[in-house]
Write a protein that binds this ligand. Structure first.
Ligand code: TRP
Length: 354
């Protein structure tokens, strides 16, 4: 069994009913036509992003589902004063997507700020959700708790409605995301339902496609995040990868096992190897056995560097061509504008406005 299927087999036994009966969560991509998902342009993508969603986006695109990716530049200023180096970060996201295998001829990669009609949808959508509903969103509450700002801005409070506009402007019906995005998806579905009831049925209620693989942690066994210095970015070189993994948190038990609850640091490295080699984490742990943390780290470094080698080679080639990256964004923005203009016209007609 692989890392991903080990978990889905376990959950099939323990909670098959909730995951298949929950209309918010899709059990597969079958029957869906358009995916939308996105990232904030705050820094380079790392292995957590890759195994959490990026790999899935590429797989789904290869299956023939249309892929839309929003570079969420307006979301950057939810929890900080300025969007620092936002154009550079946006271009680097395009670079990471293409290096990971996203086909720019078939995907639409765009930025919020370049698509006015998308942003305008936020106004009618705001009227369809109450302040009480917005204030219950657990992901927003958590972000407020960790924000660098002294006050909570109106944008922080309402960005899930903006995210609803991301999904509904293009009538996306499937969203490959992590657990933390589920409250936003619930808001989106509520807005779609209320719009359809109040005016004319226009919008699908998109479903989440959750990653099957367990969450990959940072090298300190906390949440993987570039700002915490515990993340292996896709573009890191082999020496930096080795250095980060050498410093990873493990424990004193020489015998390596896979037990995320009691041995988070060790298990996270085992999981990383399993994901890179598409193997069962228990088998990986058994193979290392009494080799201890040193052997575990060496194996993890080799596994990551080997797995990422083709991606990094492509990335280095593409990185030299900034004009191409900008061109991908220009084309994506033009396509997104055409779709958003059409949807806004439908919304105006449905509402009877000009
Ligand atoms: N909120 C997402 C994040 O922080 C980014 C995002 C913006 C997104 N719009 C989206 C994700 C629409 C899925 C769908 O990572």
């Amino acid at each position: 069994m692989t890392a991903a299927s080990a978990v889905s087999a376990a959950s099939a036994v323990s909670d098959a009913a909730p995951s298949t009966a929950n209309p918010l969560i899709a059990s597969s991509a079958e029957g869906h036509r358009r995916i939308l998902t996105g990232d904030r342009p705050t820094g380079p993508l790392h292995l957590g992003h890759y195994f959490g969603t990026l790999q899935k986006r590429v797989q789904l695109q290869r299956q023939g589902i249309e892929l839309m990716i929003v570079i969420a530049d307006y979301q950057v200023i939810t929890d900080r004063d300025r969007a620092d180096r936002v154009a550079e970060h946006a271009e680097n996201l395009v670079l990471d997507y293409l290096a990971a295998g996203v086909d720019p001829d078939r995907a639409t990669i765009f930025t919020h700020s370049a698509v006015p009609a998308l942003n305008q949808l936020m106004l009618p959508f705001l009227s369809l959700i109450s302040v009480a509903e917005l204030s219950r969103n657990p992901t927003v509450k958590d972000e407020i708790a960790h924000s660098r700002q002294a006050t909570v801005s109106g944008l922080m409070f309402t960005y899930p409605v903006h995210q609803a506009a991301d999904l509904l402007f293009c009538k996306a019906d499937l969203v490959p995301v992590g657990q933390d995005q589920l409250p936003h998806l619930e808001t989106t579905r509520t807005i779609a339902r209320r719009f359809n009831d109040r005016y004319t049925p226009l919008f699908p209620e998109p479903q989440a496609l959750l990653s099957e693989a367990p969450l990959l942690l940072g090298t300190d066994a906390g949440k993987m995040s570039k700002s915490r210095g515990n993340a292996i970015t896709l573009g890191a070189d082999e020496d930096e990868t080795a250095r980060l993994l050498r410093g990873a948190v493990t424990d004193n038990d020489r015998y390596i096992s896979y037990d995320p609850e009691t041995r988070p640091g060790v298990s996270n490295l085992v999981l990383l190897i399993a994901l890179c080699q598409d193997r069962d984490p228990h088998a990986v742990a058994e193979e290392i056995g009494s080799g201890g943390a040193a052997r575990l780290k060496r194996t993890a470094t080799e596994a990551v560097n080997e797995y990422l080698r083709p991606l990094r080679t492509r990335r280095a080639e593409l990185a030299a061509d900034r004009a191409l990256l900008r061109e991908v964004l220009h084309t994506g923005n033009a396509r997104a504008n055409a779709i958003a203009d059409r949807t806004l016209t439908e919304v105006r007609t449905a509402m009877g406005t000009f």
